[in-house]
Unconditional design. Structure first.
Length: 213
């Protein structure tokens, strides 16, 4: 029975980076989605890396994963560490010098990426890891949890960019989307890259060194 349970929860991912808002959002379904995603990570024995703090959706998912017994790494710039700004980080804290270093460290630690609903910061982080995949810097899956159609407009933009010749169909395949945490995790587990990198692959340590220079 224990062996069957281990097989059922086995994942190709050791740790997933989650981008999401420091606000809980007005729709309660966003908060529920963060909790459900956290539970999916716990059930699949996956650790979490996130942007640190304990507020908004970031605080919800990090607490669920931490309470479920999985390791949580919060990567946060030193300027954002005061509790009145982000709250107290759940799990292990990794302080970095700035926002560029934060993104590089989160990416280096992760085997895949997922974006929950969020604002400018979430969108910027999401698009950067998509671009890195397109350039061949990594081939890690990138998931979009499209809760209640929150990201419909973004997905429509991407489809229109393909139609207008600004994004290739293979590069469009980089982003994997689903409406529920369980469906998204299943798609990410099965993801196989189709795009061809236009730049030589680089290791995250090299990219981080460039960001620090």
């Amino acid at each position: 029975m224990e062996i069957q349970q281990e097989e059922a929860t086995k994942s190709r991912f050791r740790r997933i980076c989650v981008f999401c808002g420091t606000s809980p959002g007005k729709n309660p379904s966003y908060q529920l989605a963060a909790i459900q995603l956290g539970k999916q990570l716990v059930e699949r024995n996956i650790d979490l890396v996130y942007g640190g703090g304990s507020i908004g959706l970031m605080g919800l998912i990090s607490q669920v994963v931490f309470d479920g017994g999985r390791h949580v790494i919060g990567v946060i710039p030193k300027t954002l560490m005061p509790r009145e700004i982000t709250g107290e980080t759940v799990g292990e804290v990794r302080a970095v010098s700035g926002m560029h270093q934060r993104k590089a460290e989160m990416a280096r630690q992760a085997d895949a990426f997922i974006a929950l609903p969020g604002g400018y910061g979430t969108l910027e982080e999401l698009l950067e890891v998509i671009t890195w995949a397109q350039l061949g810097i990594h081939d890690k899956p990138v998931g979009l949890l499209n809760v209640d159609g929150y990201y419909n407009s973004l997905l429509s933009f991407m489809d229109n960019a393909v139609a207008e010749g600004f994004i290739t169909p293979a590069a469009r395949h980089i982003i994997v989307s689903a409406h529920t945490a369980q469906d998204l995790m299943c798609k990410l587990e099965e993801y196989v890259p189709k795009h061809c990198g236009v730049a030589p692959k680089q290791i995250w340590e090299m990219d981080q060194q460039l960001a620090n220079s």
